[in-house]
Design a protein around this ligand. Structure first.
Ligand code: SAH
Length: 521
């Protein structure tokens, strides 16, 4: 699979001047016609003899590099003028100036008014910083023409790189179209067991439906609007910035790029964001729109198929969870990334997860779904129950229908778990709280951001917690079981990937002598 790497140099929509280390020289000639004027420093009472002297003084004596601020905040003419007037008006400190990030305190138009008449600092031309060479007001017409030519050449180069990027994207699109039109999904179910797992071994065409579902915006909208989910990732990263400072982070399955952007804001030195679905083209725009393209590198491809531009990463972040935690089997891909790219001592976040079960007593719903088939307009359709019961139902469960304590049936340590451990069988016990009929078993999961975190974060998809887009997974019993408060109801569960579709699950529950296999697909 050809990987598409977002071209940081292809700054199609970047019209902000690039400042270089030699900016000081770039300002120099501008003042040749103004030898008799003086420039009051913006940060102290000193008066200097030129703009360049002033910038040098600000940098050396106050630690404030004004051309660098222009670059950092991507200021254009008015923004720069407002910043200078703001500093002069408010007499703000060098420290506070350096701390400005996000919204600019000089945004208001009131700062368009000069503090000093004829302030030389306001008479420079920002445009001239963007040229590779210095330009002056006294530059000859010939030099001006040469500079214009040079700029035209730069613009042409940028356009060419943009065209190349577009061509690569079109090529990817074409490949997908070809797959959709002609290729027949080859459901080869004869794979033997492998340490990599069935997901890593899926061919690109076999997994196409999965990734095209993530190409549509709506699934990402649903995930982003799931506040319990998204805010947990955000809070984990923003409240544990020490964990991210200067780290190289891999985002497996970046989608719209939201987790990568949280990581960048949390101080990561570099974020590599990978996704195989078409949504990554949106992520490329999103990252650029938020001016994070210098930190976040986006790569289109399956993590299993591509080559990262680094050997190792310090942190892996991913939102891989599916219904009943393991549906979709995307954790396999995260574990692949962990084993291939995580540096010694690195961490995968979330680092810990658990799957829980609880007993449900909801006779009304059971009647509505199961007993219903006993008498449909006077006819028996009882056989239909055999089609209804084996399908696990993903729905929001009313918390008042829970009738047992929860039982944790699986704990996953993402740093150590292996793909083979994601299929398991286990005994469990449900301690019943209410004397009633048990009509179903509910499954849900909890997620923890724990390791190395001063401020630990977790969220739960339990019925009595804030609703998430994962809802709960309900396994209806064929026949309700009479239970007593205080009773321990023993059970057994086996969770396996469906060999015909390794992203789907087959879950067999045994409870009070009833054994039922459920599919989640
Ligand atoms: N991180 C985003 C999206 C999560 S959804 C968010 O939190 O909003 C999971 C994403 O992982 C999907 O966009 C899917 O296309 C991608 N994905 C799943 N398996 C992948 C793999 N093996 N390689 C690359 N991307 C993968």
């Amino acid at each position: 699979m050809a990987a598409y790497i977002a071209d940081r140099d292809g700054e199609m929509c970047d019209d902000v001047p690039e400042l270089s280390d030699s900016d000081d020289e770039q300002w120099q000639p501008m003042e040749e016609g103004s030898e008799n004027m003086t420039v009051p420093c913006v940060l102290c009472d000193r008066t200097l003899t030129s703009v360049s002297e002033t910038f040098k003084h600000c940098k050396v004596d106050h630690g404030v590099d004004i051309p660098e601020l222009v670059r950092k905040h991507r200021l254009e003419d008015y923004g720069y003028i407002k910043m200078i007037n703001y500093i002069r008006t408010t007499k703000c400190s060098a420290e506070s100036l350096l701390l400005v990030s996000g919204s600019l305190p000089w945004d208001s138009d009131e700062f368009m008014k000069p503090v000093f008449p004829d302030d030389l600092l306001l008479q420079i031309d920002l445009e001239e910083l963007s040229g590779a060479e210095a330009v002056t007001l006294s530059t000859s017409a010939g030099d001006q023409a040469a500079l214009l030519l040079q700029r035209a050449k730069q613009a042409e180069d940028r356009a060419q790189r943009a065209e190349e990027a577009l061509a690569r994207a079109m090529e990817d699109l074409h490949k997908l179209k070809m797959l959709a039109q002609g290729l027949v999904l080859n459901a080869d179910t004869s794979r033997g067991p492998s340490s990599l797992g069935a997901i890593a071994e899926l061919r690109e065409d076999e997994d196409e439906a999965y990734f095209s579902s993530y190409g549509h915006y709506s699934i990402h909208e649903e995930m982003l609007k799931d506040k319990a989910r998204t805010e947990s990732y955000r809070d984990f990263m923003y409240r544990n910035m020490d964990v991210f400072r200067d780290k190289v982070v891999l985002d497996v399955g970046c989608g719209t790029g939201i987790l990568s952007m949280f990581a960048a804001k949390a101080g990561a030195r570099k974020v590599i964001a990978v996704d195989q679905s078409e949504i990554i083209y949106q992520a490329m725009d999103i990252v650029r729109s938020n001016k994070l393209e210098d930190t976040i590198t986006l790569i289109k491809g399956r993590i299993e198929d591509i080559e990262l531009p680094v050997e190792k990463v310090d942190i892996i972040i991913s939102e891989w969870m599916g219904y009943f935690l393991l549906f979709e089997s995307m954790l396999d891909s995260v574990l692949y990334a962990r084993d291939r790219y995580l540096a010694e001592g690195g961490v995968v976040y979330p680092d810990c997860c658990s799957i829980c079960l609880a007993a449900v007593g909801d006779t009304q719903k059971h009647n509505d779904r199961i007993a219903f088939w006993d008498d449909v307009y006077g006819f028996k359709m009882t056989c239909m129950k055999n089609a209804v019961v084996p399908e696990a139902v993903v729905e929001v469960l009313k918390p008042e229908t829970l009738i047992s304590e929860p039982a944790v049936i699986k704990t996953i340590d993402c740093s150590t778990v292996s793909v083979s451990e994601l299929e398991f069988t286990v005994d469990f016990t449900l301690t019943i709280r209410v004397s009633t009929f048990c009509t179903a078993i509910v499954g849900y999961f909890d997620i923890f951001f724990d390791k190395n975190c001063g401020n630990k974060v977790m969220f739960s998809t339990a019925p009595d917690c804030t609703k998430t887009h994962w809802k709960q997974t309900v396994f209806l019993l064929q026949s309700p079981i009479s239970v007593q408060a205080g009773e321990d109801l023993p059970g057994h569960i086996a969770v396996h990937k469906n060999r015909k579709d390794p992203r789907a699950l087959l879950i067999t529950v045994t409870l009070a002598g009833q054994k039922q296999t459920y599919s989640l697909q």
